[in-house]
Design a protein around this ligand. Structure first.
Ligand code: GLU
Length: 490
């Protein structure tokens, strides 16, 4: 196993956002590629917004995507997995306290007794004078005696920002240099004793021995603070890689309110996790060749951090749909069947009365066409429910012509007379008929499809007819012929 240690550190405050999923994927792919370790850490310090059920949601989403972790918190009473735990920030407060004490002892942090009122007043003054609001460093150089004199007064802990500059050699963004004086002595512990995100994040990454941190570029400015803290705490610095955000189709940051922001929306819409994984990776990474369709293991093989892109890509639903279709075709019929039957069952279709081989054959003839798993319902419903209505536009096109009744009757005769009920015999009978009448095959195929399925698109006609069986096909032809007759009379 290599020394690469990477992580995803979501805050369990709601659903798992697709942006998080993309970040998780990049870290996971890198770990798997390098034979390293992928860690799940829950940043649940926001006790008001973090909930246990949200942690379950995060795990559920990761597991659905097939992103497994080597170290992480235990769930529902199970122990943590890994030697660097605990993996929930809410269980690491003692470690934060110890590390902050070290910073205080070394003079790298200090207690700040300024009250909220004082700080607010200072901010208002700055705004009125059109200055950027900055901390006035009132408590920066209190003597030990002055601190002692404060007695039990509440205090925050501030990080003493060092002089100079901080340079980050970001694996995605390149060299980012910032003057430290652009930062106030920022708070790392609140007056109530809670560690601030920056401190907890750095202590965890330091003590958990992360070698790389790939995360959204909304954390780029945080990274300067983090590097200063890493150095002050004496931890080995990980390599950072700040990834562009996922944008919506309009090019804006993918809002939490949009459908699809929740990774599991895609599951509910009938997308395959492997297709979403493929799609999300392509949003921030380019393969070296013109391939676009990758199974997860092929992604692991092809992945390199050198080809991570700097600019954000817009979400493109059409592309995702196309990829999903491609992944549906990559499944074996048995695999696809296992994913489709529960959807049909949920719809209330009677699968129990169908033989096993029939169900497999039905899945097989739909595999080439559907773009999402859920499409199976409108694609295959006619197998289970006889159509009683017909697509209006198709009726006009296929059944309104004067010769439609004769053509329908000729088809019915074929259905009644072919010796064998199979794709081949049906096909030959249609071809013979066309040879006799001089019509194109479509003249017979489309009206038949409408009669048997009520629709103008669907699985191959002879294949679906074979599966429906002679009796059902005859009954549906009769119903359609009646329908056409009534139409002509009214
Ligand atoms: N909890 C942070 C987030 O969800 C993690 C930041 C990081 O990856 O360092 O944005």
């Amino acid at each position: 196993m290599s020394t690469v240690r990477v992580r995803i550190a979501p805050s369990p405050t709601g659903f798992f956002h697709i942006g998080n999923a993309k970040t998780a994927l990049i870290n996971w792919l890198y770990a798997r590629k390098m034979g390293g370790t992928f860690i799940l850490r829950l940043e649940d310090t926001d006790t008001e917004r973090s909930k246990d059920e949200y942690s379950d949601v995060v795990c559920g989403a990761l597991l659905w995507l097939g992103i497994d972790w080597d170290e992480g918190p235990g769930f529902h009473g199970d122990p943590d997995m890994g030697a660097y735990g605990p993996y929930r920030q809410s269980q690491r407060t003692e470690l934060y306290r110890r590390e902050v004490q070290r910073l205080l002892d070394e003079g790298k942090a200090y207690k700040c007794f300024c009250t909220k009122e004082e700080l607010d007043a200072e901010r208002e003054r700055a705004t009125a004078e059109k200055r950027p609001p900055r901390y006035n460093k009132k408590c920066r150089d209190l003597t030990p005696e002055q601190v002692a004199a404060k007695g039990a007064a509440p205090f925050a802990v501030r990080f003493r920002v060092p002089e100079g500059f901080t340079e980050i050699h970001d694996l995605v963004q390149g060299v980012v240099r910032t003057e430290n004086k652009e930062f106030d002595d920022f708070i790392i512990v609140k007056p109530n004793g809670d560690a601030i995100f920056h401190l907890a994040n750095v202590v965890d990454d330091g003590l958990m021995k992360m070698t790389h941190v790939f995360r959204g570029d909304d954390h780029m400015t945080n990274a300067t603070r983090h590097v200063m803290l890493f150095n002050a705490l004496g931890y080995d610095l990980p390599r950072f890689g700040h990834l562009p955000m996922v944008l919506d189709e309009a090019g804006k940051k993918y809002s939490k309110r949009l459908h699809g922001a929740n990774v599991l929306d895609w599951r509910d819409d009938g997308y395959l996790p492997e297709a979403l994984v493929n799609y999300l990776v392509l949003l921030g990474w380019t393969p070296g060749d013109d391939r676009e369709v990758f199974r997860p293991r092929e992604l692991i093989e092809a992945f390199t951090i050198e080809r991570l892109g700097q600019s954000a890509a817009k979400f493109d639903l059409k592309k995702l749909q196309w990829l999903n279709g491609q992944h549906i075709r990559l499944l074996s019929v048995a695999e696809l069947r296992a994913r489709l039957l529960p959807i049909l069952e949920k719809q209330g279709f009677d699968l129990a009365s169908k033989p096993d081989a029939w169900l497999t054959q039905m899945v097989g003839i739909c595999q080439e066409k559907i773009k999402t798993l859920n499409e199976i319902v409108e694609y295959a419903d006619f197998f289970f429910v006889e159509p009683t209505t017909y697509e209006e536009k198709a009726v006009k096109k296929q059944w309104e012509g004067a010769d439609a009744p004769a053509r329908m009757q000729a088809i019915r005769d074929i259905f009644a007379q072919t010796a064998e009920w199979s794709v081949e015999t049906l096909k030959h009978a249609y071809e013979d008929l066309c040879a006799k009448t001089g019509d194109a095959l479509g003249k017979y195929i489309h009206p038949t499809r409408l009669a048997l399925t009520g629709k103008s698109v669907g699985p191959g006609l002879f294949e679906l007819a074979e599966l429906l069986g002679r009796e059902a096909c005859l009954a549906r032809m009769d119903r359609a012929i009646d329908y056409i007759r009534n139409m002509k009379e009214s």
